[in-house]
Each structure stands twice: as C-alpha cells, then as structure tokens.
Design a protein around this ligand. Sequence first.
Ligand code: DER
Length: 252
Amino acid sequence: DLIEQSKRLAAFQSVTAHLVPFPSRTRIGIGSGSTVIYVVEAITTLVPPTTLSTMTFYPTGAQSEQLIESAGLNLQYINKLPPGTLLDVCFDGADEVDPNLNLIKGGGACLWQEKIVATSSKKFVCVADFRKMSPALGTMWKKGIPIEVLPLAANRVLGELERMGSLGPKVRPGLPGKAGAVVTDNGMWIVDAPFRPLRVEGTSDKEKGEWQVDELADALIKIPGVAEIGLFYGKNGNQAGEGGAQKPVEAY
Ligand code: DER
C-alpha cells in the first residue's frame, strides 16, 4: 500500500545516499520501529557482501537487535565503543518531524537507547514517510511526547507535567494480554505527555501552555524521575555528537 511503499522508498533513498557511497562508514546505528525494517532490507540489498562483512551494526533495543541478527549482520553494542569514539552513521525513524528537523520519537517505546545511539553518531539519518512531516510538533502526533520514567516516580512526573501545561499526560498502558504499563527494554515506563503544538522559533508562552521546542526539552529532562525524553533536536540541535552539535538530521 502507499504508506508501506513510501516507507520503503525513503529507506532505500537514505541508504543509497548515506551508506552505499561511503564504504568507510563501518559503524552503523540501527533504530527501532517499522520503517527501519526497510532500512535493514535496503542495506542487505544495496551494500555488496564484501563491504557488508566489514560493517558492524549497533542496536537501539530488543527489536533492533533482533532485526540486525535475523538479517545476518555483524552485531555489536554501543558500550563496546571506546569512550570518545562515535558511530559513523545512524538510521532511525520518527513519529513527527518539524521544519527544523526536530523530532518526536518514542512511539515504539525505544527512545532512551535511540537517543544514546543517535547522539553517539557522526550523522543521524531520520527516515520518515510523508505522514510524519509537520509544521509544528504536536499538530500531527497527538498521543503526546513519549517520556521514559522510573516507575516509582511516575505519579510525581505526571503531576509536574500537568503543572507545565500538559493536556492529560498518562502512563502508556500495556497491550491487551499485558496487565499494567508498557515496560521498556530498560525496565522503565513510558509517560505520553500531550502539549499544544510546539513553537519552532521564538519563545514559550507558559501561561498559555504554548512551549518552544528547545525550552520544553530543557524543562522536561530536568524533572526528577525522567530518564530521557522523546524530543530529538534537528539542524541546530545542541545534543552531543561530533563536536558537540549533532550533525544536521537528514529527513526523508
Ligand atoms: O519509537 C520510535 O521513535 C520509532 O523510531 C518510531 O516511532 C518510528 O516508528 P515507525 O517507523 O514504525 O513509524
């Protein structure tokens, strides 16, 4: 169908642009979700086997790890990288992308390891089909910003989010057949925190609960009990990565 075709096209375009021409990019981060499945298909299809055997793939959680293994690719873990060494490139999906390539991520509850791997990469390639492009984060993805929290602190975090103007934040319930909350690969819970659409530029109007994306990110990460947040900075992001500022996110 059209959506699957556009995911697959985006994935093949991103691998064609950022991996195939660069056989020296041998350390590759692999994200989570359904689009990244096509990224792995593109890698195994487009990269010659001799080059593929020189490449090592770093997962962002259980699904990503299984994807790498079942594709027969060399699997390694980010903690095996010497301090200060970065991955060459990382491919991952997103739930929503704003004009500055800021992202909402975490729809698949893998955001903590995704952000560690993304910010440990010289280049972070976001692979997102047409549905994900948005004028402002929160206009398309209505479920809220995914936030990974310590279960013990969940109610404290919910209270703080409401004070900050979140509209009905809640702990993400497990799927049918799993009583209780979603438990992440790291043994944590996910809180989804809806906010009014985030301002790409300018400053927040906290009275109205209208936040600017960077200011909200800075406020959320400080809440005690929050492990990581599903807001990823785009072009002018100030996350770690080579030289402190993350390389521009290339969204497809
Ligand atoms: O959880 C995430 O951030 C994933 O990358 C994700 O939400 C994208 O999922 P999709 O490729 O299935 O849309």
